[in-house]
Design a protein around this ligand. Sequence first.
Ligand SMILES: [Zn+2]
Length: 348
Amino acid sequence: MKTNSIPTTSYLHSSFGHPVLRSWSELNTNLTKESLIYPLFITDDANAVEEIKSLPDVYRYGVNKLEEVLTPLVRKGLKSVILFGVPKTAKKDNFGTSATSEANPVLPAIRLLRKKFSELLICCDVCLCAYTDHGHCGILKDGELENIASIQRLAEVAGTYALAGAHVVAPSDMMDGRILAIKNELIRIGKGSKTALMSYSAKFASSFYGPFRDAAESGVKGGGDRKCYQLPVGSRGLARRALQRDMAEGADMVMVKPGGPYLDIIRDGKVTGKLTRELCTNYPVAVYQVSGEYAMLWHGAKNGVFDLKVGVLESLTSFYRAGANVIITYYTPKILEWIDERNYPSKL
Ligand SMILES: [Zn+2]
């Protein structure tokens, strides 16, 4: 596969094919239901509802439980979800082979959600770490990550999700070249102008991911960590370069992760959008309020340090103020209710 042959920037339509995607490109600083994405962990036991100890009130679900879980949320105005596969029985290997097979629980989940919730925007996290036997986000050769093989494999996974019906694919590995490789693969399979690409562009090697690794069971096995492909906590310069790189390779949206400790990077994402694409102040920037931030707010409120609603809304306000258009948060079900209560300032 050639990874650098197609002018990706001509595929702008992928950014506004769905009404929720169109709302992300508006210059909007209000807290709206359209701007929220709810993360869902999908496991391969079809009837499972599994508690996640370090993420209170968040569960892993089997595909048979999704309709029951999402119906009341969609009624409350849920517009978008992002799916993470947590395969437990699938065979794992160096190539993450099961990610593109029916052993991947995300594939039946996409099909079910498309059928049952026709207006829901379906985003899929794209990575290999849940499907590899070593837990790294790419393919290893002699103990080292092999870049070209890894990004080609990630492109295959993204293409599989797109063909199953995902509206947005979101690669979270942070490896060089994967945005262009995925964009080219989407074009090759006829999804170039239909499936949008949201890049985890500025993903830091953060201490706030602990509960997520518990939820996704995606820790690195046999030692080692992901610091060689996630950004060093102190590096604003590398984050800016990563944002520019992904925008130049054809990402439709970029993401900053985590949120609270990286508000300056959200702002950089907004400004980088303006610099990279002339007058493009509405380049959508997403922020992931990660599991550790969720748990910190939850435990703080539970212990009487602050009111949960006030604390969560303050954290969201800071994201919007920094320039975020889209917020991925485990608090989405609660926020949908708080928006309906309308007893907070509507203009954040
Ligand atoms: Zn990964």
